[in-house]
Design a protein around this ligand. Structure first.
Ligand code: MN
Length: 269
């Protein structure tokens, strides 16, 4: 039932995403619960934060990604529940809903810090502990009325030994599934055809959008993307990024060399 919306939005003939038909092992008290964060380069870059609960993954789209800084309140828009086996998904969605590149940015287990998770979700105040590769320690999701949107929450880090001023999205931007792969490498590895025919041999809006996504993936590889800019408050790196951007603007071949570098790296695997 909980996956109706998930299935309605997708055509499983064209998307590599799991249909959610695979049986899910029932968890009992004391079993570890799964969490993941999928970095999703779609029409907009965002981070999909997912917590396993009652056999599905409760999901929030976090535009800026999680922050270890306790002063940051990261907007988290709750989206449709995802199937449990979506949790380890990484790859390319060539068309349709969510078209773009999905990177498994972090995963691990989570532990509720409340006795009654369902009540906490209804109340809109869920405290929990994460044990991932990148995200650890105590966190909270708080429901808000941001802009009157009914599904908006805030994701915040609690102060503990895992909080601090490190910009984790910038410090550790790559995949934890395909070690250290960036978007360009995932794109190349998953869909060499799309990669070779860059821009992809597809017409219409999706083709146009995917062309932009490929360009964006390449510019991230080159270190010129907004990615290095978005969550950034540190002066030194900003300067570097600006310099890199200026450099890239002067060199129309920057994307080409990025592509070369990506193929070299992939060949080494
Ligand atoms: Mn998404």
């Amino acid at each position: 039932m909980a996956l109706d919306e998930y299935r309605k939005k997708r055509d499983f003939k064209t998307t590599p995403e799991p249909s959610g038909d695979a049986p899910v092992k029932k968890k009992t008290k004391g079993d570890e619960l799964f969490f993941c964060v999928q970095k999703h380069l779609a029409s907009h870059l965002h981070y999909d934060f997912r917590l396993e609960w009652n056999g599905v993954l409760l999901s929030w789209a976090v535009p800026k990604g999680p922050s270890l800084n306790t002063a940051d309140k990261r907007l988290a828009m709750q989206t449709e529940d995802h199937p449990y086996d979506y949790g380890m998904f990484e790859g390319v969605i060539p068309e349709g809903y969510g078209a773009g590149i999905v990177m498994l940015w972090d995963y691990g287990t989570w532990t509720p810090e409340v006795d009654d998770v369902d009540a906490a979700l209804r109340k809109g105040d869920l405290k929990f502990t994460l044990d991932g590769y990148k995200l650890k320690g105590s966190w909270v999701l708080v429901k808000t009325k941001y802009g009157g949107a009914p599904n908006s929450w805030l994701l915040m880090k609690h102060k503990d030994e895992w909080s601090g001023p490190l910009d984790i999205a910038e410090f550790a931007p790559h995949s934890v599934k395909t070690p250290n792969a960036d978007f360009a490498e995932i794109l190349q590895g998953e869909t060499p055809d799309i990669w070779r025919s860059n821009p992809p041999a597809r017409g219409g809006d999706t083709g146009q959008m995917f062309k932009k996504i490929i360009e964006r993936a390449l510019s991230m590889t080159a270190g010129t993307a907004e990615e290095t800019n978005t969550n950034n408050t540190k002066g030194t790196k900003s300067t570097k990024t600006t310099t890199q951007k200026a450099k890239a603007a002067k060199q129309p071949t920057a994307a080409k060399s990025a592509k070369k570098a990506a193929s070299k790296r992939a060949a080494k695997k």
